[in-house]
Structures are given as C-alpha cells and as structure tokens.
Design a protein around this ligand. Structure first.
Ligand code: SF4
Length: 499
C-alpha cells in the first residue's frame, strides 16, 4: 500500500532533463514517473522521420536513464495522452499527478482538463509570466530591447563599464556573404544508433525524409558532446557567416543545438555560459559569441514569450489574406529547378534541418510573396524540422516569415527578390533562373514575386514608413504589367510543381 500514496511525476516529451522543475530534487523513493507516447500525436502530422524518431528515442532513453537511477518509470503507449494518464492512474491507484508547465498552449489546456497539478516551467531563462510583465511595462517591446534586458539581468557578456566589446550588437560584422574558397566547415559527430533506436525505426514506417543517421543527440550525454564540439570548432566562425548559405554545406558553422534545447536535453543557461567562457578565454571573437548568445537569450526566449502572450488568437492570424497551399516543391511532391529551394529542401529531407536564414529568406520568403496559407506553412515547418514545436514555429512563421500578424512582431515583411539570395549564397550561379530578371522565362521567381507581392499589397503597406523605399521602387517600374503577368505564370507553375 506504501506505493499507492506516492505522487506521479508526468514527464512530457520535451522536458527530458533531471533538472526540470517537476523532477528536480526528487529521489526515486519519492515518486513514480510517467511518460506517455500518444498514438494520436504520432498520427497528427506528416512528420519527418528524423523528427519523430528524435523525440521518441529521446523519451525512451530518458526513461531508461531514470530507471537506471532507481526511479520506477511507467512508459506507456496509449491512443491519447489522456488515455495514458487514466490507465496509469487506474493501474497504480495514483492520487496526485504533477507535471511541469508544458511547452504548448494545447498541452496546458490538456493538463488542466485532466486535473494535473503543474509546477512553474524552468526550461527558459525568462518565464512567460516574467515576459508578459516586461512587455506590459512598455509601449513597444522590440526583440532588441528584450535582449538587452536579458543580457543585463542575467549578467551575460557584461563588463563593469557596459556590454562586452563596447556594443550590444555586432550584427554588422555578422552579415558576411559566404566565403567561396572551398574551406572545410566544422564536422559534427554522428551518434551510434542503439537497440532503442532500431526498435523504434522498425515500428515507424511510412514517414517522410531520410532515415536517422545519428546526427541529432537523443541523450543529454550526446547533447553535451555536441555543445563541446560547437564551442571548440564552430563558435569562432559562427558569427561572420551565420547568414550565409552554400549549396554544398548543410550547416556551415551553426551549432546544431536547437533540437537538444527544445527537448530539454540542454538548458539555455549552460549553452550561453559555455559561449561566454569561450569568449573570455580568447577562443571566440566578440561578434561570434554575441551573435550566438543573442540567438539563445534574445530570439529564442523572445519567441517563447510572445507565443504565450498572443495565443490562442495568434494561431489564426492571416492579415494578408494568404490561402495558397504549401508548394509541392517544399513537401517533396515535386522537384524544382530553383537551386535555392532544391538545396534547402534537400537538407530538410536529409537532416530535418535548415538554418535560420534558409528558413526565413528561402522558404519563408517564397511562401510570403506567393501567399501561402499561414497555418498550413506553420504546420508543414513544425512537422518537417527536428527542432519544430508550436511555440517556435508560430512566431517565426506567422510573425517573421509571413507577416500574417499585420506587423505586430516584425515591423516590415521579410520579402526580397533574388538579389538577397544571390548576395548571401552561391545558389544563383548554379540556377537556370536569373536573379536580376523579373520578366521572361528565365526570370527568378523570387524577383518576379517580390514585385508582384508589393503591388498586391500596396494599399496595406503604404502607411508603413519602413516600406516607403520599396513602394517607391515599385512605382518606378516601367514593366509592372509584364511582371504581374509573369507572376501569374510563376504562381501557376509553383502550384503545379513545375517551377
Ligand atoms: Fe533561387 Fe532565383 Fe537564385 Fe535561382 S536565381 S537560386 S530561384 S534566388
């Protein structure tokens, strides 16, 4: 009967760390642990196989580690999360179930409906309640202001006289075009698949993408290896080339840590502290260390905060009235001759990953200018990337990439023609399309659609002073009718998977 009074700690699939608030400080004798694998979640999207494998493998490995540490773990496969909990409660006669606050709006609703007690989430450096207080205290809440507030209160990269290096922001040094000297980029370890992985893959047929090859850490130990590798070999070159894209390089000097952070295998504090320590040792330049720390404590925590601030209405935002389906060239239903898209989608297929500029300026930019439906694009990206989660994807897709929130998050849309991609990559030199042309059969689809997008939404943007130069450029075009006619052809070909 002693076991009947022990509480159950329910560990959700993105809370895989002994330090999560619901588990921290507990001993095996104090509680029982529940992990639920929901069949409904498995079938809820067209998941990339590496994404699905990563989450399930990490859950199983974490459960096994807890068992090794002496915890009694009920790892349960069930039709839904609720079914799993109910079966657990019935079998073990459980009276109290606690969980850490979940990472999603729907997850929070589910725990409330099921009567699960929740403990404040400690997986971010700024809890969403703190973010809401910060946002409430100001008329506008730009990411840059939030980032400086985080840097100061967390005492990261701060010297007695102010920000390390004398400035808050080294973006100017961090927007270099890609080096075209054929240099080698940092390699990442591939972790050997084990019996858990093999059993998983045997029961997960029919999902898309290349099979897992051990690229993505499934345990904390592996995630720490990836962190050490990045600090030793990637961080010092990260900054200058963080916006660059190369056809033959899937990751360049990006860290590959986002999936580990988003599953809880790593905590953001240890990641940014390691980056700062490298800078203090002289192993990384200030622009690389600052650029990386900005991504983690600035952007990552900012999108987490705005997600909770603006949900659930944010899900439905579609201020530009975009309703096109996700292009077949993205989903793998068609190939494409656009080298930029083919290269980036190739990486998504092979690794379930593309870096942030590829997501924003290749995939997002085309979806924005073509008018792809925001919820559909969010859903596709969420399912296709190893680091996908609703809290990440909604602000990044709705707010940043598709400007579907009417400028609440980004003051102007991230729309550009082929010129930006040509400057920041080697894609265009290998492409049948010409980034400088907006009409004719070899016109770059990005360039054509950029002008068509501005023309379609001219009325919407004319009161936005940040769009004035673009709209002035639009009004100077002598061939707008021909551009718009070509745009109709491009959109039809995009829909047909014939671009
Ligand atoms: Fe992409 Fe246009 Fe460049 Fe081709 S020319 S790679 S479609 S941006």
């Amino acid at each position: 009967m002693e076991g009947r009074s022990r509480p159950t700690v329910w560990i959700l699939g993105d809370q895989l760390n002994r330090g999560v608030a619901s588990l921290a400080g507990r001993e095996p004798r104090d509680c029982r642990v529940l992990v639920v694998e929901s069949d409904a979640k498995l079938r809820s999207k067209r998941w990339h196989i590496q994404r699905l494998h990563l989450v399930l493998s990490a859950m199983e490995h974490f459960a096994a580690e807890l068992e090794e540490d002496g915890f009694e773990v009920d790892y349960r496969r069930a039709p839904t999360m609720g079914d799993g909990l109910r079966a657990h409660v019935e079998e073990f006669h459980v009276e109290d179930v606690v969980a850490m606050e979940p990472m999603s709006w729907d997850g929070r609703g589910m725990l409330r409906r099921l009567g699960v007690e929740t403990i404040r989430n400690n997986q971010f450096l700024c809890h969403y309640d703190e973010f809401a207080e910060w946002a409430d205290s100001r008329a506008s809440f730009k990411m840059e202001d939030f980032y400086r507030w985080q840097r100061t209160r967390l005492d990261l990269l701060m010297d007695p006289e102010g920000p390390a290096g004398g400035r808050w922001n080294f973006d100017h040094e961090n927007r270099e075009p890609p080096p075209l000297d054929g240099r080698a980029w940092p390699e990442v370890s591939r972790f050997e698949l084990d019996a858990i992985d093999r059993e998983l893959l045997a029961r997960l047929p029919g999902y898309w993408g290349a099979e897992p090859d051990g690229t993505w850490p499934v345990t904390r130990e592996q995630a720490l290896v990836r962190l050490d590798e990045f600090i030793a070999t990637g961080l010092h070159t990260f900054g200058p080339h963080e916006d660059a894209m190369l056809a033959a390089e899937w990751k360049l000097a990006h860290s590959g840590l986002s999936s580990s952070l988003n599953l809880g295998l790593l905590h953001p504090s240890e990641v940014v502290e390691a980056a700062e320590a490298a800078y203090r040792r002289g192993d990384a330049s200030i622009n690389s260390a600052e650029g990386f720390i900005r991504q983690v404590i600035g952007w990552r925590e900012y999108v987490w905060g705005v997600y909770w601030l603006w949900m659930p209405d944010y899900r439905r935002a579609n201020s530009l009235g975009a309703h096109r389906r996700v292009p077949p060239a993205f989903t793998g239903a068609a190939s494409t001759e656009m080298t930029c898209v083919a290269s980036v989608i190739g990486r998504v297929h092979d690794h379930g990953y593309a870096h942030h500029i590829e997501r924003l300026m290749v995939l997002g930019n085309l979806a924005l200018t073509a008018g792809v439906d925001p919820p559909a694009m969010t859903e596709w990206m969420w399912a296709s990337f190893v680091d996908g989660a609703e809290w990440v994807m909604l602000p990044n897709v709705i707010g940043m990439a598709l400007h579907a929130d009417g400028g609440t998050m980004a003051t102007k849309p991230y729309a550009s023609g082929g010129a930006y991609i040509n400057r920041m990559s080697d894609f265009c030199s290998r492409c049948r399309y010409d980034p400088t042309k907006r009409t004719g059969p070899v016109a770059c689809p990005y360039t054509t659609l950029y002008w068509d997008f501005l023309a379609r939404h001219e009325t919407t943007f004319k009161s936005n002073h940040r769009m004035a130069p673009q709209l002035a450029g639009l009004r100077r075009l002598k061939d707008l009718a021909a551009v718009r006619a070509r745009a109709d052809e491009v959109l039809a070909a995009l829909d047909a998977g014939a671009l």
